[in-house]
Design a protein around this ligand. Sequence first.
Ligand code: XMP
Length: 321
Amino acid sequence: RWTTSSIVDDQVQRIQAQIGEGHAICGLSGGVDSAVAAALVQRAIGDRLTCVFVDHGLLRTGERVQVERDFVAATGVNLVTVDATERFLSALDGVTDPEQKRKIIGREFIRVFEQAAREIKAQGDVEFLVQGTLYPDVVESGGGAGTSNIKSHHNVGGLPEDLRFTLVEPLRLLFKDEVRRVGLELGLPETIVHRQPFPGPGLAIRIIGAVTSGRLEILRAADAIAREELTAAGLDSDIWQCPVVLLADVRSVGVQGDGRTYGHPIVLRPVSSEDAMTADWARLPYDVLERISTRITNEVADVNRVVLDVTSKPPGTIEWE
Ligand code: XMP
């Protein structure tokens, strides 16, 4: 019978057998899969693992700190953070098409990661790349041997010649709930272990219209309030995700303080779901919705209206873009 601690012991032994005295790198996304995979490998080979965290500037409030401070405190892992905000924002300048945004972010992400990997490799021989591939990913991609999550998430081709790695995939036999239990067993913070799904392209696909640092600031503030209130109301485990969307190219008239305002609407998109393939709009309590709405319109400049998305999937997707 597989207990969580026997899964950890077993995987640690397998990783040690595979990597031997070698070195590995792992890209962290802020999500649970890459965090747990990295923590297992850290447990197995210690400081012969180096993690790379590419901050594309499209993350939510607090997410970088969770990786840089809390994940490092819990694991003691070697971490290299690359702040690539400027690079991503200039690559996204004026881009409004959702698929175009994804393509650009995927391309830039791989370039930045490869550059960091090259620099780490130059300091010592790194042969292994750790990936947080789960069992459902393996099944979906028809075996998945040799594929890389970073790549497939961002829909880009193979790694260049000088960056060929042997893959280490310690979560290949696990489902999401097992991964979370392993994460807790390894002492990872709840905020990482129970993080709701968040798309790789981040807030860029939750800003309808062009992505700018000002618009990111608005959305980040509104999103932080929504998450705070949902957590305070104890609703985190009832909902699958709650995208907060900025309709940046839409303006609506409002009356705030002494006069008329002309601001942006914010959309709340709380959904319940089993697997994101289908979803139902979540029936949040009115008092929670009211607190979120009041706080966002009071605290976030340029937002004068909060609307609730009551569309199921299908026909609506979970994300707006
Ligand atoms: P949709 O919007 O298609 O989303 O109903 C289904 C799930 O996938 C997530 N999602 C993404 N995840 N890159 C990702 O890593 C993406 O480009 C992307 N688009 C959507 C979404 O958050 C939901 O969990």
